[in-house]
Design a protein around this ligand. Structure first.
Ligand code: KG4
Ligand code: ZN
Length: 334
């Protein structure tokens, strides 16, 4: 049994979110998160064999909360401690959740609030970076555009936090029922280059919205039409860059049969269907974690720690955070 209580971070989009609206005390107070995790799993502390936590990359303040809780637990229980790489955990989640685990080597499209990358995964610890974002992440763009459109973060009853990205997806879905789309198509940047850029798309949407706002608040069908056009452009870019990465692997004679898509943005249903379609046509298997395990969660951290834990390769209680930790430096960096 391996304990990894999830403490949600405030890193999404770099925005300030009033805690009263967004976080219950449970999510910011580790002892309660741990208590709930044990209760849900129907186990007691005595059956815990080790403690895992996210060591990096990420915001030091958020990472520190999890690390200190993990260190305190592990040292007081005299249990092994393992610090995990956040993006490695996202990339390996389908090995836990898919009925047929993806086989190495595979391509991993990592799309979250902090990252937009295509990795070539050769083993659990060996990742080559094939494409990265030149500016902001796709998750950041979803969050900023959602705010720009003035979409709320909570559901209509203000009871549940839906989040900026998921709210944009929800509003874009309404567009399917609107026959005319009066929003211009937003272009895919850096065509032919194996690199992402979401800064230009974000600015184009911002400019478009600013022009329309001159005529008063945006109508719901306009919000929906812009959200739809933005999603199409954001996903077209993922498609093109995946295609370039597959071409590169082919030129290198690296046989790829599987693509793993993970990170918070991978829970977007429209994105899933578009990419499944595209990759399916190329006879590639696509693995996504279920939506609840696409966004940050404790299960993926526990799973990613397992290999080291089973080998008895654990970290000292004095281990430090790695807020900047390229995934390409994972091997041998413990
Ligand atoms: O992986 P994650 O939970 O945290 C980071 O590691 O950053 O990803 C969070 C990001 C946020 O930008 C959030 O708005 C976005 O994932 N996201 C979505 C959806 N669900 C979460 N974006 C678009 N559509 C969604 N359904
Ligand atoms: Zn994440």
């Amino acid at each position: 049994m391996w304990l990894c209580a999830s403490i949600r971070s405030m890193s999404s989009g770099g925005a300030f979110i009033p805690p009263r609206q967004f976080f219950t005390i449970k999510t910011i107070w580790p002892p309660l998160a741990v208590k709930d995790a044990l209760k849900e799993a129907k186990v007691t502390m005595t059956s815990i064999d080790g403690v895992a936590f996210t060591r990096g990359p990420g915001m030091p303040g958020c990472l520190g909360v999890g690390m200190n809780a993990a260190k305190t637990l592990a040292s007081s229980l005299n249990k092994p401690l393992v610090g995990v790489h956040h993006m490695q955990a996202h990339a390996l989640t389908p090995m836990l959740t898919s009925s047929q685990a993806p086989e190495f080597p595979f391509l991993a499209l990592m799309i979250s609030g902090g990252h937009t990358m295509i990795l070539l995964a050769s083993s659990e610890t060996s990742f080559e970076l094939l494409a990265n974002t030149a500016d902001v992440s796709i998750g950041n763009a979803f969050d900023k555009v959602s705010r720009e459109l003035g979409l709320p973060w909570t559901d209509a009853a203000h009871r549940n936090v839906v989040g900026a990205g998921p709210m944009l997806e929800k509003v874009a879905e309404e567009h399917a029922s609107i026959s005319s789309c009066d929003t211009p198509a937003f272009p895919v940047p850096m065509r032919g280059r194996l690199a992402f850029s979401y800064g230009g798309l974000m600015s184009s949407v911002q400019r478009h919205v600013a022009n329309l706002k001159g005529n008063g608040p945006l109508r719901r069908d306009t919000q929906s039409s812009i959200a739809y056009s933005f999603q199409v452009a954001a996903i077209d870019q993922l498609r093109e860059k995946l295609s370039l990465a597959l071409d590169l692997c082919r030129r290198r004679s690296t046989t790829i049969t599987t693509v793993v898509i993970s990170g918070g943005v991978a829970s977007n249903k429209y994105l899933r269907s578009r990419l499944e379609n595209f990759l399916g046509h190329r006879q590639l298997a696509v693995h996504y974690p279920p939506p609840s395990l696409c966004t940050d969660n404790a299960a993926m951290i526990g799973w990613a720690s397992m290999q080291r834990f089973l080998l008895g390769d654990c970290d000292p209680y004095t281990i430090r955070l790695k807020p900047a930790w390229p995934i390409t430096e994972l091997q041998g960096s413990h």
